[in-house]
Design a protein around this ligand. Structure first.
Ligand code: GDP
Ligand code: MN
Length: 391
């Protein structure tokens, strides 16, 4: 689960990570009220920041510095309701409905700090780089040595010597190092205790008056741990998520939208991954990942089908089921029901095996609908790729 920058900063502040003063608002008059309060208590300038679940806002016009209350209000008014396009949003962009008004900082250096789970090492990795403020993926591709790493032993947490090593590696001045060590310890605790899958501060700044702050903040949570963090679940902003993915989650379906044109319905995550691979191997591109789960009901299958069909880029459908707990006849009933209900015109290629496969094939044949049956997985993949190309 992703959250907004202002929510991430609230969490970090509770753990003792320094962040600029500020408040999230949804209207111009509120923006002016917050800006006025900030100017009234010593701010030299304020920053108006669009709150969307995507980075690269600075380059896309989603971060504006204002030197007066009116200017801040105007910037907020322009930003609210705008469609912000960044390299992370895709061409369709995101509508901005919240902005963060914050005290502007006199930046000396823009650095990078990030923590993610390193699956290969089976422990979190704390990363730091002097090349902050820019895209870290680009830095990693161009010059991997520019990213310093410390793997953290989960039972021990981030050790002070590790934080010192990163701080010195960033070229921080001796008088900044102890502050940076405290900052990193607090950031690690926030990552660890919230069951985050990512905590990223880009940029982590030093100011001309000697402070260290998180100027930007991004936290993603491990969905599988959200059951033990009710207060974090409440931070979810469904309007930022893909509507089809939200719909799928209502029915307990694991659906992820992708960029291709072959809609996939598969049972089991492993088979779903293999299905995407074999489609690509046959020269096609999957439109989605969809695991209907081991024990899907006919109703869930029907919903899954409707979700697949709501994606306008889908040109052909590949149903790849190995009947285990989900029996093939149950699936066939769901597919036929959904195909009738939605009056589907797209070619459907099936590869069915497992429990009650004969019964399932019979249901499909008797339905009078036009299904293409694959002899095996490879044959079915080739048939669906060909069907998508014809369509
Ligand atoms: P992102 O582009 O979505 O990652 O948004 P960021 O919060 O990282 O802001 C992008 C850039 O705006 C930063 O790297 C800074 O250069 C600039 N910026 C943001 N806040 C301030 C501020 O308070 N003062 C100054 N001088 N620049 C800022
Ligand atoms: Mn940033």
């Amino acid at each position: 689960m992703k959250i907004h920058e202002y929510q991430a900063k609230d969490i970090l502040a509770k753990y003792g990570v320094a962040v600029p003063r500020g408040e999230m608002v949804t209207a111009r008059d509120e923006a002016e009220r917050v800006a006025k309060a900030l100017f009234g208590s010593g701010a030299k300038a304020v920053v108006v920041k669009a709150q969307i679940h995507a980075g690269g806002r600075g380059k896309g016009g989603g971060v504006k510095v204002a030197s007066g209350v009116d200017e801040a209000g105007l910037a907020a008014e322009r930003m609210l309701g705008m469609r912000l396009v960044t390299h992370q949003t895709g061409p369709e962009g995101r509508i901005v409905s919240r902005v963060l008004i914050e005290e502007a900082m006199p930046i000396a250096r823009e650095l990078y700090l990030g923590i993610v789970l390193d699956r290969a090492a089976e422990k979190p990795v704390f990363m730091a780089s002097a090349a902050g403020g820019m895209e870290i993926e680009e830095v990693a591709a161009r010059d991997p040595n520019a990213i310093l790493k410390q793997h953290v032993e989960p039972g021990l947490g981030l050790q002070p010597w590790q934080a010192r090593r990163l701080a010195f590696g960033l070229g921080l001045r001796p008088e900044e190092v102890s502050g940076a060590v405290k900052f990193m310890a607090a950031l690690y605790r926030a990552y660890d205790e919230t069951d985050a899958s990512l905590a990223e501060i880009n940029p982590f700044i030093t100011t001309t008056d000697g402070r260290l702050l998180a100027l930007d903040a991004k936290i993603n949570f491990d969905d599988n741990a959200l059951f033990r963090h009710k207060e974090l679940r409440d931070l979810r902003d469904i309007s930022e998520e893909d509507p089809l993915e939200v719909e799928a989650s209502k029915y307990g379906l694991n659906y992820i939208r992708l960029e291709g044109n072959i809609g996939c319905m598969v049972n089991g995550a492993g088979l779903a991954m293999a299905t995407m691979d074999i489609i690509q191997y046959a020269g096609g591109r999957p439109a989605n990942f969809l695991d209907v789960g081991g024990g899907a009901s006919a109703d869930q299958v029907a919903h899954a089908f409707e979700i697949l069909l709501s994606d306008n880029s889908v040109r052909a459908i590949f149903i790849n089921i190995f009947g285990g707990i989900l029996r093939v006849d149950t699936l066939a009933n769901g597919v036929v029901e959904a195909a009738r209900k939605t009056n589907i015109q797209l070619p459907i290629v099936l590869r069915l095996e497992g429990t009650n496969v004969e019964k399932g094939r019979e249901i499909l044949q008797r339905s009078g609908l036009n299904f293409i049956v694959g002899l095996d997985m490879k044959d079915a993949a080739e048939k669906v790729v060909a069907a998508a190309e014809r369509a």
